[in-house]
Every structure is written in C-alpha cells, then in structure tokens.
Design a protein around this ligand. Structure first.
Ligand code: SF4
Length: 297
C-alpha cells in the first residue's frame, strides 16, 4: 500500500488502539505544537507538504482494505493543517473513504473541519471527530500550539459537530507538567468539553524527546528547571522519556474523576492505565462510531 498503512506506533506496548489504518494527506504540519512527537523523525516537519497524487494512490489502497475497516486521519499530522484550506485534498480523501463504506476517525485542532460538515454529517454513523484541546488559557495555548486556532474556537467546533449528530471526543493530550497541569484549568476544560457535547475525554502526559523538550523549556523559561527535573526523574519507554509512573497516574486520575463527574467517558493514550478506562470506550474514540449526539452549549 502507498498512502494507507496499518497503524503501528513503533509496535509500542503502551498503545491500546484497536486494529485500524492510518492516512496522512500531508507530510508535516503547520500547527507547530511545541510538544509534537512527529517532528523528531520527519524532516522539516513544521512545513507541511501535500502527498503527491494522493487520490490515485488512495483509491488503489482502499481497494485492498477489508470492508468496513477503520481509517484514522491522522495520527502524525493534522489533516486540516493550514494548506488544506486551499488544496482540499483531505476533503477529497474523506469523500473517497466514506463513499466506500469505511469508518473514519478524524483527529484535528482546526476549525477547518467544519468546512466539511456536509460530508461528515451525511455519513455521521461512520464518523468520529477528536478535537485536541490542551488548555482553555489563550496565552498558554498560543505559546504551546502557535499555529492552531484558539481553544474557545475548538470548543465551538466540538459543539457544532455534536449538534450535527457527529460523535466527538476531546483529547486533553498531552498534559505538560507546570505548563497546562493546573487543576482548575483542567476542570474548566473538561466541563467545557462536556457542555459542548463531547462523549469522551482522552488524556495523556507529555513524553519527552530532545527536540520537543528544548522547544518547551525555551518557550516557558520560568519553569525550565521544574520541567527538566520532572523528566530527569522519569523513565525511558520506547525511546521517549515519560514522567514517573506515580506522577502520570496522579494526572490521569484527576482528569478521569473530572470527566466522570461531568458525565463523559474517559480513557488514556499510551499511558497503560487500563484500569482507568471507562468500560467500552476505546482510547481513540473508535467505540463512538454509530453514536449520535445532539447537544447545545
Ligand atoms: S497538530 Fe499534531 S501533528 Fe500538528 S504540530 Fe501539533 S501535535 Fe504535531
């Protein structure tokens, strides 16, 4: 296959995703998130490039997939990265995927997903959209995710999708210690996600790589020492430096408690705390396929 691949995050034992396939219409991403993992293994990552002849390859690849397979757009880039506003290749891919009966997970930070609401709503029984929101604090978000829309815009996207009957989940992903880990701020975010109509919160802690850690401490110099110390005390897992297990568990328990209190399901991403997951809710939102939601803020 050329552009669709089985999802295999480096065969990480930390991943709990069900069997699925992944499509990246673009190489790289313009949202420029400081914590981005993909920038450590893809050159010029923050300069997004469209995949060449995407539609031709996509159609060939789709013919080889099992009927009804789950395809995620995308796991190592954002399908609605800025050039998509003009190029519309993600939209074209969505159309090709859905008209053939496949199931689609979209993960994005961009309000551009609402441009394709007509298409997504038509196939709402086979679509789930995950919107990543790491904080509702505009100042922190503008430093952490400089190329992405502000958090309140993303919450409005969750609401618009939910009102159109498209199941949504919010990814509080990742929590970076000393940057977006304030309890009150997390509580507001979870409450906002619930009011906007999200069915589920999926959360994780930041896993350090040399390049992303450097970006983070440069952008938040006032907590440089605390962040560096937290990861110095952490553990190496599959090429990443995780926070200490007890610290990660503490963060995930906080988000879980707030999510359940707000009436939404909870799961974690690459943390390996299966005991915290709401029963029947996969980490990636695939178990939301087929649910519809109509909620107003
Ligand atoms: S939106 Fe995702 S892929 Fe794009 S820069 Fe941010 S973390 Fe990386």
């Amino acid at each position: 296959m050329y552009v669709i691949r089985p999802f295999d995050p480096w065969r990480s034992p930390m991943c709990t995703c069900p069997k699925k396939y992944v499509l990246h219409p673009y190489t790289g991403c313009g949202h420029g998130c400081l914590y981005c993992y993909a920038s450590s293994y893809i050159r010029n990552f923050f300069d997004p490039r469209p995949k060449k002849a995407l539609k031709d390859y996509l159609v060939k690849d789709l013919e080889k997939l099992p009927p009804g397979a789950i395809i995620e757009m995308s796991t190592s880039s954002d399908p609605y990265t800025p050039p998509e506003a003009d190029l519309k290749i993600a939209r074209e891919a969505i159309r090709e995927i859905l008209k053939r009966g496949f199931k689609l997970l979209i993960t994005t930070k961009s309000s551009l997903v609402l441009r394709d609401l007509d298409l997504l709503a038509r196939f709402r029984d086979r679509v789930v959209v995950a919107i990543t929101i790491t904080t509702l604090d505009n100042r922190v978000a503008s430093l952490l995710e400089p190329g992405a829309p502000p958090p309140e815009v993303r919450l409005r996207v969750v609401n618009a999708l939910s009102r159109s009957g498209i199941p949504t989940l919010v990814r509080l992903d990742p929590i970076v210690p000393y940057v977006n880990d304030d309890y009150t701020s997390i509580a507001k975010l979870v409450e906002g996600a619930s009011l906007a109509g999200a069915f589920q919160i999926t959360s994780s802690t930041y896993k350090a790589r040399a390049d992303s850690l450097k970006r983070l401490v440069e952008a938040f110099p006032q907590v440089y020492t605390e962040i560096v110390e937290a990861y110095r005390a952490g553990e190496k897992i599959c090429g990443y430096t995780y926070l200490r297990r007890d610290k990660r568990l503490e963060y995930m328990k906080i988000v879980r408690e707030l999510a359940l209190r707000a009436g939404v399901a909870f799961n974690t991403c690459r943390e390996r705390f299966p005991e915290l997951a709401s029963r029947g809710f996969n980490c990636d939102g695939s178990s939301l396929i087929g649910r519809s939601s109509v909620t107003e803020v």
